[in-house]
Design a protein around this ligand. Structure first.
Ligand code: FAD
Ligand code: SF4
Ligand code: SF4
Length: 462
């Protein structure tokens, strides 16, 4: 008999007033008993609508059925058939708009906790399972991947599995992309990402760090080095600013810089001497996951008041619901329907306040969301000593500006054939944020998978 509880089996979490002072993981994961209980909520629907909500088509009823039988290793293997990073996706996928959105149990009550179960299976296997990565027999062909984020890692893993000799060139000193430098430790422990990267190396993928392609080697030079196809997964790491007065004052960061200092350069740990401001009052501008991560990180660094300043209402916030909920629990103050117009500084050039205007929602805009409109005469100031801009990122122009024939659209995103992920330059494929603009981990992985399939076809047809 299925478990007909309307609610998901709760997942234990650190107390909000404890966790907002440390960088340990917030959500503690299911025990075996909890996983068995939640797995029994799945109805094993024949038409499995949940699967069509997953960009990589994880075999959801099958893996949940294996958990329900207590075969946790089998569940992990079932997930791995289509998803190379389950411990990551179980933690950071926006499940509420993907797999869980389509779950029939969500019609009356809460959907099955698919993400929580996926995380459980992956964590269980990391602790109890056997490393099974084997090297496929070489097919004699060489391929290269630019960027070691989820798109690049997935593409590299799939190609290595088909016998290709794959080398990833990564600009930073560590592989993982945003999983390492952007998403904070308290949401995605770096040890987990590192284990996934190590598993890829065990499959034979070579990762060459501190290599900025477009500077150290051009795309043409990579072809000259004997690589037969190139995959570009260089992400969208160029932060946007509002172009309002005061954005160059001391104490203004892009969320990318702030989070990179804390995550990749470990500014939160005493044994590292990475410089970082430890502000008392912080305004984070934006309403996405990046804004939530920056605000919760600032709180953990000791800020007393952290404000989210967002120009629309909560229903329009692009952040995952769980992140908004966690941020509120941790004491982040939401200033919604507010838009910054200037940042003011003191005589030494340091941020002293952010000036905002109140907004109201008007007619829907091109995105279908109601357009925020400023209310005349509603200006006000919030005293802050730090402003973090988290209003979006776009692809870095370096690669396409140094590569002939690699076309981009007006947003600087690489143009690809959506079926094959081939760019306008023959033999060069691309996916992830470099193509879509800032999106999600699982979409980047789905694109990387698609590209690996096309690269294999392309090389075999030559
Ligand atoms: P990236 O992860 O950006 O990786 C690109 C890699 O390419 C980087 O390592 C970069 O250093 C490297 N690179 C760039 N240029 C070059 C070059 N010229 N030569 C060599 N290497 C290069 N998504 C979710 O699904 N859930 C979340 O909760 C979530 N939270 C997020 C929080 C933050 C703070 C941020 C910034 C993003 C978040 N995202 C989230 C979005 C998600 O992380 C991205 O969509 C995803 O990482 C994109 O993957 P990618 O492989 O395309 O690019
Ligand atoms: Fe859901 Fe993401 Fe897992 Fe797919 S990969 S089943 S979208 S949690
Ligand atoms: Fe299970 Fe929900 Fe998928 Fe049905 S839709 S198989 S209940 S996870």
């Amino acid at each position: 008999m299925p478990n007909m509880s309307m609610k998901k089996t709760p997942m234990p979490e650190q107390d909000p007033n404890v966790r907002n002072k440390n960088f340990d993981e917030v959500a503690l994961g299911y025990t075996e008993e909890m996983a068995l209980e939640e797995a029994q909520r799945c109805l094993q629907c024949k038409n499995h609508p949940c699967v069509s909500g997953c960009p990589v088509g994880v075999h959801i009823p099958e893996f949940i059925g294996l958990i329900a039988k207590g075969d946790f290793a089998g569940a992990y293997r079932e997930i791995k058939l289509t998803n190379s990073l389950p411990a990551v996706c179980g933690r950071v996928c926006p499940q509420e708009s993907q797999c869980e959105h389509n779950c029939v149990r969500g019609i009356k009550g809460e959907p099955v906790g698919i993400g929580r179960l996926e995380r459980f299976a992956a964590d269980w296997y990391m602790k109890n399972g056997k490393q099974e990565e084997t090297r496929a027999e070489s097919n004699g062909h060489k391929v290269t991947v630019v960027g070691a984020g989820p798109a690049g890692l997935t593409c590299a893993g799939d190609l290595a599995g088909l016998g290709y000799a794959v080398t990833i060139f990564e600009a930073l000193h560590t592989a993982g992309g945003v999983l390492m430098y952007g998403i904070p430790q308290f949401r995605l422990p770096k040890e987990i990402v590192q284990k996934e990267v190590d598993a890829l190396k065990a499959k034979g993928v070579a990762i060459d760090t501190d290599m900025v392609i477009g500077r150290v080697f051009s795309i043409d030079e990579l072809f000259d080095m004997g690589f037969e196809a190139i995959f570009v997964g260089s992400g969208a790491g160029l932060p946007s600013f509002m172009n309002i007065p005061g954005e160059s004052l001391v104490g203004t960061y892009s969320a990318n810089e702030f989070l990179t200092r804390v995550n990749l350069m470990k500014a939160y740990r005493d044994e590292y001497d990475t410089p970082i401001l430890r502000p008392k009052n912080v305004a984070v501008v934006g309403g996405g996951n990046v804004a939530m991560d920056a605000a919760r990180t600032a709180k953990r660094l000791g800020a007393e008041n952290v404000y989210i300043v967002y120009r629309r209402a909560e229903e329009q916030m692009p952040a995952r619901k769980e992140e908004i909920h966690h941020a509120k629990e941790e004491g982040i103050i939401f200033n919604l329907l507010r838009n910054p117009v200037a940042i003011h500084g003191d005589e030494s050039g340091r941020v002293k306040s952010i000036e905002c205007v109140k907004m109201q929602l008007g007619e829907p805009d091109a995105s279908g969301r109601r357009r925020p409109v400023a209310i005349d005469g509603s200006h006000f100031e919030i005293p802050v000593d730090c402003v973090i801009m988290a209003i979006g990122n776009s692809p870095n122009p370096l690669l396409h500006s140094t590569t002939k024939g690699l076309d981009t659209n007006s947003r600087g995103c690489i143009i690809v054939n959506e079926k094959t992920m081939e760019t306008t330059r023959k033999g060069v494929y691309a996916a992830g944020d470099a193509v879509s603009g800032a999106a999600t981990v699982i979409l980047a992985m789905g694109g990387g998978k698609e590209a690996a399939r096309s690269i294999d076809e392309y090389i075999r047809s030559k």
